[in-house]
Design a binder for this molecule. Structure first.
Ligand code: NAG
Ligand code: NAG
Ligand code: NAG
Length: 152
């Protein structure tokens, strides 16, 4: 009897173990992302190279984009540009990391033009505890912009 009683629990544990990991991607327009400071609205920054067809951009050195999520990993999805673009990320108040968003495969153009490579993972953090985490995007010391596009 004992083993029969514990069978449903065992099956449940196996199901969670196998199917518990699921990637969910949210767009830069998702209300889960809290933007502070001055941001250019995504409706003015449309491109088929962006996740969901738009990105959100700031040139404000004090601006921040904050995403709180629960999960064991986070991926920063963003297109690349044929000139110097970067964004600084900090997870759970940790040491900020500057992510280089210059397209290594495009010939350089003057700053300000369109992106040249489609949105893809530019930074990630995995093997996190399955708890609530906070990811903050800000201006890198050497930066001109902060870019938000997609988060998985
Ligand atoms: C994380 O915890 C939630 C419940 O809070 C659970 O539904 C989910 O399966 C867990 N994910 C992993 C990968 O452990
Ligand atoms: C989620 O996406 C990442 C990055 O593409 C990939 O490495 C990972 O295997 C995916 N996880 C699941 C559960 O699909
Ligand atoms: C960013 O990446 C581009 C393309 O690979 C490279 O040319 C450039 O030197 C990098 N910038 C920094 C600050 O590392």
């Amino acid at each position: 009897m004992r083993s029969l009683h514990s069978l449903p629990l065992l099956l449940h544990a196996l199901a969670v173990g196998v199917a518990g990991l699921l990637n969910v991607t949210i767009d830069d327009t998702d209300p889960a992302i809290v933007y502070t400071g001055v941001w250019e609205p995504s409706s003015t920054l449309m491109s088929s190279l962006d996740y969901g067809g738009t990105h959100t951009l700031s040139a404000d050195t004090n601006a921040k984009a904050t995403l709180k999520f629960t999960g064991v990993a986070v991926y920063y999805l963003v297109p690349r540009w044929p000139y110097a673009v970067n964004t600084q990320l900090s997870l759970d108040g940790g040491e900020p990391v500057v992510v280089n968003l210059t397209d290594p495969h495009a010939s350089a153009t003057a700053p300000g033009g369109s992106e040249s490579a489609p949105s893809s993972v530019a930074w990630s953090a995995t093997s996190l505890s399955n708890t609530t985490h906070t990811l903050v995007l800000s201006m890198a010391p050497s930066g001109l912009y902060i870019v938000a596009d997609g988060f998985m």
